[in-house]
Design a protein around this ligand. Structure first.
Ligand code: BMA
Length: 325
């Protein structure tokens, strides 16, 4: 990936929120983003000085300069959530059959869950359901039904680091008829001990191309001092059966190098959460050389922007095609 010359594109100084406690926020990172009515709409993860979490909407014509709302994004229906909610964060947005679905991590009295929210217009979002009642993070929906069912990837929080941070090294697929009750469909991929992606998790929702679903995922190298290095890499999943890994990059395609990625609230982090085609084709397909924007949290402090294409991801990650047996 190549950083955009304007990166970081959103920093805390650009937020001017009028709600009590939100006049002077601490950080803005890990956004969801999608095309809607000729604009790119983003949901920002914002933390205030109480270390409380808010989502805030931002809108752009060019995907680079955003007009940021002055109030928090409304979330309804949480009375149905099975635990006491503390934080709703890391939104990933897709549109399926005309409805927006937003998956978020929810820190709650039960630990961390992946929850699905829906929205008809991206003016607010409503709680729909939870993947399951297990420790989970990084839920991403595929933006099309596969054989009539919704599909999701998620990463269970099965690993506790020396600093107490919960993470994991396995990505699973799940399917559902109604986004409320989910069937586990199996393991998709695991972290690679000793290399760049020891711990892993899905990044942005998968991108549909004619040769497979491209999944940008984050990998954490833990065999260094400090809290690990958060990088981004890619893999390719089968179009018809996304449990099948068709290719996986050997190298990362983005790693912390710039000062705003190396230092901040959590140092050494690039954490992609959204991909948006720069020019959308009328049939919604993405071709090998179509450039798209990748939005990522940098050091859990601000939002970076990088540009890439399917071909660049495959080539620069040194992805090898895994053949069907
Ligand atoms: C992950 C999540 C992300 C965060 C990242 C780096 O485990 O908590 O929200 O951006 O760590 O701190």
């Amino acid at each position: 990936m190549k950083r955009h010359q304007s990166s970081p594109i959103i920093t805390r100084e650009q937020l001017h929120l009028f709600e009590p406690g939100l006049e002077d926020v601490s950080s803005v990172f890990n956004p969801g983003a999608i095309h809607h009515e000729g604009r790119i709409v983003m949901l920002l993860r914002v933390q205030d000085r109480g270390r409380r979490t808010h989502l805030v909407k931002a809108v752009s014509r060019d995907g680079v300069r955003f007009r940021i709302d002055s109030k928090a994004f409304p979330i309804t229906g949480l009375e149905a959530f099975p635990h006491q909610v503390y934080h709703i964060y890391d939104p990933r947005i897709v549109r399926i059959e005309g409805i927006f679905y937003i998956t978020c991590a929810v820190d709650c009295s039960g630990g961390c869950r992946v929850a699905v929210f829906s929205s008809s217009d991206l003016e607010s979002m409503h709680y729909v359901g939870t993947l399951n009642d297990e420790q989970q993070r990084n839920g991403v929906l595929f933006d099309q039904k596969i054989e009539g069912r919704f599909w999701m990837l998620s990463r269970p929080n099965e690993h506790t680091g020396p600093d107490g941070v919960k993470s994991g090294s396995r990505i699973f697929a799940h399917s559902s008829d109604d986004l409320r009750s989910w069937k586990e469909e199996g393991l998709v991929m695991e972290g690679r001990p000793h290399f760049w992606d020891e711990l892993i998790g899905p990044g942005p929702p998968p991108i549909r191309t004619s040769f497979g679903w491209i999944l940008i995922y984050h990998g954490v190298a833990t065999h260094f001092g400090g809290g690990g290095i958060y990088q981004a890499g890619m893999c390719l999943l089968d179009l018809d059966d996304p449990r099948i890994l068709r290719a996986r990059g050997e190298l990362n395609v983005l790693e912390p190098r710039e000062m705003y990625e190396l230092t901040g609230q959590v140092p050494n982090v690039v954490f992609p959460t959204a991909c948006v085609p720069i020019k959308s084709r009328s049939d919604g397909t993405i071709w090998m050389d179509d450039d798209f924007y990748v939005y990522y949290g940098a050091a859990d402090t601000c939002i970076g922007l990088a540009v890439t294409s399917p071909r660049k991801l495959l080539e620069n990650s040194k992805a090898e095609l895994i053949c069907k047996e």
